[in-house]
Design a binder for this molecule. Structure first.
Ligand SMILES: Cc1cc2nc3c(=O)[nH]c(=O)nc-3n(C[C@H](O)[C@H](O)[C@H](O)COP(=O)(O)O)c2cc1C
Length: 192
């Protein structure tokens, strides 16, 4: 017997991110974050490895990372535009959760599946934040990928990577929806 959840389906059919640049305060407090973090942790994970962890970056940490983006960006020889983009990602963020992929030694579970699971955590967290009424956006950029930066900023170990920076706050405007994929192009029906 089917047990439909039309509200959940309607949410999934209409959900969309809110650009980080349009997010403002207030941000969710720790109590409001608990169901969002709990939903993120309820993510498919082959072998129950928990190949991820979450770092909640509150105001002082965001300011520290913004300053670090300036010094590290210069040390890496990045152009001023890239440095400013990295700096503003944290300086302008009401709240950010870094989803960290943690590669476990598990001979039976391919590494790529741990990466997929970390990506799934990002989407679960994004959707939970949106469903709770917040604006939210998944960003990356050099501040997510440069080893020197993530080591200094977040203390990541060798087996860890930033899967995504999830910015959460109050939306100031509802953006127009982006064009969505044409199912005729991406779906292949196979009946033989
Ligand atoms: C792994 C990943 C990294 C992303 N990084 C950025 C980014 O750095 N800057 C950006 O503008 N959008 C980035 N995006 C795109 C947005 O998060 C998002 O996909 C887009 O705004 C539309 O999202 P929606 O389908 O929820 O509306 C990234 C998406 C993914 C999946």
């Amino acid at each position: 017997m089917l047990t439909p959840n039309p509200a959940a389906l309607e949410f999934l059919l209409t959900r969309r991110s809110r650009p980080a640049k349009t997010l403002t305060l207030p941000a969710p407090d720790r109590a409001a974050l608990m169901p969002i973090l709990t939903a993120a942790a309820r993510t498919p994970d082959h072998g129950k490895l928990e190949p991820w962890r979450l770092i909640v970056l509150e105001r002082a940490a965001l300011d520290r990372l913004a300053a670090l983006a300036v010094s590290q960006g210069a040390a890496l020889g990045l152009d001023p535009e890239q440095i400013e983009k990295g700096q503003k990602q944290f300086a302008d963020s009401p709240l950010c959760i870094a989803v960290i992929e943690v590669q476990r030694d598990a001979p039976k579970i391919p590494k790529i599946e741990q990466t997929y699971s970390a990506g799934a955590v990002c989407l679960a967290l994004l959707n939970a934040a949106l469903a709770a009424g917040w604006g939210a956006n998944w960003l990356s950029g050099w501040v997510g990928h440069e080893r020197a930066f993530v080591t200094a900023a977040l203390g990541l170990a060798e087996n860890e990577r930033v899967a995504g920076y999830m910015h959460i706050g109050t939306e100031t405007s509802v953006p127009p929806d982006r064009p969505r994929p044409d199912l005729g192009t991406i779906v292949q029906w196979v009946d033989a």
